[in-house]
Design a protein around this ligand. Structure first.
Ligand code: ADP
Ligand code: ADP
Ligand code: ZN
Length: 221
Protein backbone atom coordinates (compact mmCIF):
# COMPACT_ATOMS: atom_id res chain seq x y z
CA UNK A 1 0.00 0.00 0.00
CA UNK A 2 1.62 3.22 -1.23
CA UNK A 3 -0.33 6.31 -0.25
CA UNK A 4 0.25 10.00 -0.72
CA UNK A 5 -1.58 12.40 1.60
CA UNK A 6 -1.85 15.96 0.30
CA UNK A 7 -3.34 19.11 1.76
CA UNK A 8 -2.45 22.47 3.33
CA UNK A 9 -0.68 22.81 6.69
CA UNK A 10 -3.08 21.79 9.45
CA UNK A 11 -5.40 19.77 7.19
CA UNK A 12 -4.84 16.65 9.29
CA UNK A 13 -2.28 14.78 7.16
CA UNK A 14 -0.06 13.80 10.08
CA UNK A 15 -2.99 12.76 12.27
CA UNK A 16 -4.50 10.57 9.56
CA UNK A 17 -1.12 9.15 8.53
CA UNK A 18 -0.46 8.05 12.13
CA UNK A 19 -3.88 6.36 12.34
CA UNK A 20 -3.33 4.58 9.02
CA UNK A 21 0.20 3.54 9.94
CA UNK A 22 -1.09 2.02 13.17
CA UNK A 23 -4.00 0.24 11.51
CA UNK A 24 -2.08 -1.11 8.54
CA UNK A 25 1.45 -1.50 9.90
CA UNK A 26 2.90 0.64 7.13
CA UNK A 27 5.55 3.32 7.85
CA UNK A 28 4.55 6.99 8.02
CA UNK A 29 7.11 9.09 6.16
CA UNK A 30 6.91 12.81 6.95
CA UNK A 31 9.54 15.28 5.76
CA UNK A 32 8.44 17.70 8.51
CA UNK A 33 9.07 15.00 11.16
CA UNK A 34 12.45 14.19 9.59
CA UNK A 35 13.48 17.85 9.65
CA UNK A 36 12.33 18.24 13.28
CA UNK A 37 14.32 15.13 14.26
CA UNK A 38 17.41 16.62 12.57
CA UNK A 39 16.90 19.94 14.39
CA UNK A 40 16.60 18.08 17.71
CA UNK A 41 19.76 16.07 16.97
CA UNK A 42 21.62 19.29 16.09
CA UNK A 43 22.95 17.92 12.76
CA UNK A 44 24.08 20.12 9.84
CA UNK A 45 20.85 19.21 8.05
CA UNK A 46 18.90 20.31 11.12
CA UNK A 47 20.73 23.64 11.28
CA UNK A 48 20.06 24.35 7.63
CA UNK A 49 16.40 23.24 7.75
CA UNK A 50 15.66 25.31 10.88
CA UNK A 51 16.51 28.56 9.11
CA UNK A 52 13.66 27.97 6.66
CA UNK A 53 11.20 26.31 9.03
CA UNK A 54 11.33 29.16 11.54
CA UNK A 55 10.15 31.65 8.94
CA UNK A 56 7.58 29.34 7.33
CA UNK A 57 9.55 28.92 4.10
CA UNK A 58 10.19 25.65 2.32
CA UNK A 59 13.53 23.95 2.80
CA UNK A 60 15.32 23.97 -0.61
CA UNK A 61 14.33 21.20 -3.02
CA UNK A 62 17.83 19.72 -3.29
CA UNK A 63 17.95 19.12 0.48
CA UNK A 64 14.39 17.82 0.74
CA UNK A 65 14.64 15.53 -2.28
CA UNK A 66 17.90 14.20 -0.82
CA UNK A 67 16.30 13.11 2.46
CA UNK A 68 13.36 11.48 0.65
CA UNK A 69 15.72 9.63 -1.68
CA UNK A 70 17.60 8.33 1.35
CA UNK A 71 14.38 7.34 3.12
CA UNK A 72 12.95 5.49 0.10
CA UNK A 73 16.22 3.64 -0.37
CA UNK A 74 15.59 1.81 2.93
CA UNK A 75 14.19 -1.71 2.59
CA UNK A 76 11.63 -1.14 5.37
CA UNK A 77 10.06 1.68 3.35
CA UNK A 78 9.81 -0.27 0.10
CA UNK A 79 6.91 -2.55 1.03
CA UNK A 80 4.53 0.36 1.42
CA UNK A 81 4.35 3.81 2.97
CA UNK A 82 2.17 6.75 3.81
CA UNK A 83 3.87 9.86 2.52
CA UNK A 84 2.91 13.13 4.24
CA UNK A 85 4.28 16.60 3.51
CA UNK A 86 6.15 15.64 0.34
CA UNK A 87 6.03 16.65 -2.49
CA UNK A 88 5.44 20.38 -1.92
CA UNK A 89 6.82 21.78 -5.21
CA UNK A 90 6.71 20.73 -8.87
CA UNK A 91 10.41 19.81 -8.70
CA UNK A 92 9.73 17.54 -5.74
CA UNK A 93 6.78 15.91 -7.54
CA UNK A 94 8.97 15.23 -10.58
CA UNK A 95 11.69 13.79 -8.34
CA UNK A 96 9.15 11.54 -6.61
CA UNK A 97 7.93 10.23 -9.97
CA UNK A 98 11.53 9.34 -10.81
CA UNK A 99 12.18 7.64 -7.47
CA UNK A 100 8.97 5.61 -7.68
CA UNK A 101 9.81 4.52 -11.21
CA UNK A 102 13.27 3.37 -10.05
CA UNK A 103 11.61 1.30 -7.32
CA UNK A 104 8.89 0.05 -9.71
CA UNK A 105 6.29 1.38 -7.30
CA UNK A 106 2.92 2.88 -8.23
CA UNK A 107 0.92 5.04 -5.83
CA UNK A 108 -2.31 3.25 -4.85
CA UNK A 109 -4.00 6.42 -3.65
CA UNK A 110 -3.38 10.17 -3.71
CA UNK A 111 -5.74 11.69 -1.13
CA UNK A 112 -6.06 15.47 -1.06
CA UNK A 113 -7.55 16.68 2.24
CA UNK A 114 -9.48 19.95 1.86
CA UNK A 115 -9.97 22.32 4.81
CA UNK A 116 -10.69 26.09 4.54
CA UNK A 117 -8.13 28.68 5.69
CA UNK A 118 -9.78 29.96 8.90
CA UNK A 119 -10.14 26.41 10.21
CA UNK A 120 -6.51 25.67 9.32
CA UNK A 121 -5.40 28.51 11.59
CA UNK A 122 -7.54 27.15 14.49
CA UNK A 123 -6.11 23.71 14.00
CA UNK A 124 -2.47 24.77 13.73
CA UNK A 125 -2.44 27.24 16.61
CA UNK A 126 -4.05 24.59 18.88
CA UNK A 127 -1.68 21.80 17.80
CA UNK A 128 0.42 20.23 20.55
CA UNK A 129 3.15 17.63 20.01
CA UNK A 130 4.73 15.12 22.38
CA UNK A 131 8.40 15.92 22.96
CA UNK A 132 9.20 12.26 23.48
CA UNK A 133 7.23 10.30 20.85
CA UNK A 134 5.96 12.98 18.44
CA UNK A 135 2.26 12.10 18.97
CA UNK A 136 -0.06 14.83 17.78
CA UNK A 137 -2.86 16.48 19.85
CA UNK A 138 -5.06 19.56 19.72
CA UNK A 139 -5.75 21.73 22.76
CA UNK A 140 -9.51 21.76 21.99
CA UNK A 141 -10.29 19.22 19.27
CA UNK A 142 -8.15 16.31 20.44
CA UNK A 143 -6.90 17.01 23.97
CA UNK A 144 -4.84 14.51 25.92
CA UNK A 145 -6.47 12.87 28.99
CA UNK A 146 -4.14 14.79 31.37
CA UNK A 147 -3.36 18.42 30.56
CA UNK A 148 0.00 18.78 28.78
CA UNK A 149 0.89 15.06 29.04
CA UNK A 150 1.00 12.50 26.20
CA UNK A 151 -1.57 9.67 26.51
CA UNK A 152 0.74 7.25 24.74
CA UNK A 153 4.03 7.72 26.58
CA UNK A 154 3.62 10.24 29.41
CA UNK A 155 5.91 12.73 27.58
CA UNK A 156 5.51 16.49 27.84
CA UNK A 157 3.51 18.28 25.12
CA UNK A 158 4.81 21.44 23.44
CA UNK A 159 3.79 23.89 20.73
CA UNK A 160 5.97 23.95 17.61
CA UNK A 161 7.78 27.29 17.17
CA UNK A 162 6.37 27.58 13.64
CA UNK A 163 2.79 26.98 14.83
CA UNK A 164 2.41 30.52 16.17
CA UNK A 165 -0.04 32.70 14.28
CA UNK A 166 2.36 34.94 12.30
CA UNK A 167 4.36 32.02 10.87
CA UNK A 168 1.18 30.04 10.20
CA UNK A 169 -0.14 32.74 7.85
CA UNK A 170 3.15 32.69 5.95
CA UNK A 171 3.02 28.89 5.67
CA UNK A 172 -0.49 28.98 4.24
CA UNK A 173 0.67 31.62 1.73
CA UNK A 174 3.64 29.44 0.74
CA UNK A 175 1.25 26.47 0.37
CA UNK A 176 -1.04 28.48 -1.93
CA UNK A 177 1.87 29.63 -4.09
CA UNK A 178 4.08 26.59 -4.31
CA UNK A 179 2.13 23.49 -3.31
CA UNK A 180 -1.46 24.08 -4.40
CA UNK A 181 -0.47 23.97 -8.10
CA UNK A 182 0.34 20.28 -7.53
CA UNK A 183 -3.39 19.57 -7.35
CA UNK A 184 -3.48 20.17 -11.09
CA UNK A 185 -0.51 17.82 -11.51
CA UNK A 186 -2.00 15.01 -9.41
CA UNK A 187 -5.59 15.40 -10.57
CA UNK A 188 -4.38 13.80 -13.80
CA UNK A 189 -3.15 10.86 -11.74
CA UNK A 190 -5.64 8.00 -11.93
CA UNK A 191 -5.68 7.50 -8.16
CA UNK A 192 -6.33 11.12 -7.13
CA UNK A 193 -9.26 11.68 -4.73
CA UNK A 194 -10.41 14.87 -3.02
CA UNK A 195 -11.61 14.53 0.54
CA UNK A 196 -13.60 16.89 2.78
CA UNK A 197 -11.36 17.25 5.84
CA UNK A 198 -13.66 19.50 7.88
CA UNK A 199 -15.35 16.67 9.83
CA UNK A 200 -13.96 15.18 13.03
CA UNK A 201 -10.80 13.06 13.10
CA UNK A 202 -12.73 9.76 13.26
CA UNK A 203 -15.08 10.67 10.41
CA UNK A 204 -12.20 11.73 8.18
CA UNK A 205 -10.38 8.49 9.00
CA UNK A 206 -13.48 6.45 8.11
CA UNK A 207 -13.70 8.32 4.79
CA UNK A 208 -10.05 7.52 4.04
CA UNK A 209 -10.58 3.84 4.83
CA UNK A 210 -13.58 3.83 2.51
CA UNK A 211 -11.48 5.30 -0.30
CA UNK A 212 -8.72 2.75 0.28
CA UNK A 213 -11.05 -0.21 0.49
CA UNK A 214 -12.69 0.83 -2.77
CA UNK A 215 -9.19 0.57 -4.22
CA UNK A 216 -8.47 -2.69 -2.33
CA UNK A 217 -5.02 -1.50 -1.30
CA UNK A 218 -4.54 -3.58 1.82
CA UNK A 219 -5.77 -6.85 3.33
CA UNK A 220 -6.25 -5.32 6.81
CA UNK A 221 -8.87 -2.76 5.81
P1 ADP B 1 2.64 21.06 8.27
O1 ADP B 1 2.17 20.49 9.54
O2 ADP B 1 2.46 22.53 8.14
O3 ADP B 1 2.13 20.34 7.08
P2 ADP B 1 5.33 19.96 8.26
O4 ADP B 1 5.59 19.39 9.58
O5 ADP B 1 5.02 19.05 7.14
O6 ADP B 1 4.22 21.06 8.37
O7 ADP B 1 6.55 20.89 7.81
C1 ADP B 1 7.12 21.84 8.67
C2 ADP B 1 8.16 22.65 7.92
O8 ADP B 1 9.20 21.77 7.44
C3 ADP B 1 7.66 23.36 6.66
O9 ADP B 1 7.09 24.63 6.96
C4 ADP B 1 8.95 23.48 5.83
O10 ADP B 1 9.78 24.51 6.32
C5 ADP B 1 9.62 22.15 6.14
N1 ADP B 1 9.22 21.11 5.18
C6 ADP B 1 8.53 19.97 5.45
N2 ADP B 1 8.34 19.25 4.33
C7 ADP B 1 8.92 19.96 3.32
C8 ADP B 1 9.04 19.76 1.91
N3 ADP B 1 8.51 18.69 1.29
N4 ADP B 1 9.71 20.70 1.21
C9 ADP B 1 10.26 21.78 1.79
N5 ADP B 1 10.16 22.03 3.10
C10 ADP B 1 9.49 21.14 3.87
P1 ADP C 1 -0.97 18.45 9.09
O1 ADP C 1 -0.07 17.26 9.27
O2 ADP C 1 -1.78 18.38 7.83
O3 ADP C 1 -0.26 19.75 9.26
P2 ADP C 1 -2.11 17.64 11.67
O4 ADP C 1 -2.50 16.24 11.48
O5 ADP C 1 -0.89 17.92 12.47
O6 ADP C 1 -2.06 18.41 10.26
O7 ADP C 1 -3.36 18.41 12.33
C1 ADP C 1 -3.29 19.77 12.72
C2 ADP C 1 -3.98 19.94 14.08
O8 ADP C 1 -5.40 19.76 13.92
C3 ADP C 1 -3.55 18.94 15.15
O9 ADP C 1 -3.55 19.60 16.39
C4 ADP C 1 -4.63 17.85 15.11
O10 ADP C 1 -4.82 17.25 16.39
C5 ADP C 1 -5.86 18.64 14.69
N1 ADP C 1 -6.74 17.88 13.80
C6 ADP C 1 -6.38 16.99 12.83
N2 ADP C 1 -7.48 16.52 12.18
C7 ADP C 1 -8.55 17.15 12.75
C8 ADP C 1 -9.97 17.08 12.50
N3 ADP C 1 -10.48 16.30 11.54
N4 ADP C 1 -10.76 17.85 13.28
C9 ADP C 1 -10.24 18.65 14.24
N5 ADP C 1 -8.92 18.76 14.51
C10 ADP C 1 -8.08 18.02 13.78
ZN1 ZN D 1 4.30 10.67 23.65
Amino acid sequence: MFILLMGPPGAGKGTQADLLAEKCGVPHISTGDMFRAAVKAGTELGKEAKRYMDTGQLVPDAVTIGIIRESLSKKENQKGFILDGFPRTKEQAAALDGLLAELSVKLDAVIDIHVPGTELINRITGRRICKACGANYHALYNPPRADGICDKCGGVLYQRDDDRETTVKKRIEVYNEQTKPLIEYYSRHGQYTELDGTKGIKEVFAAILAILSSKKTHDNL
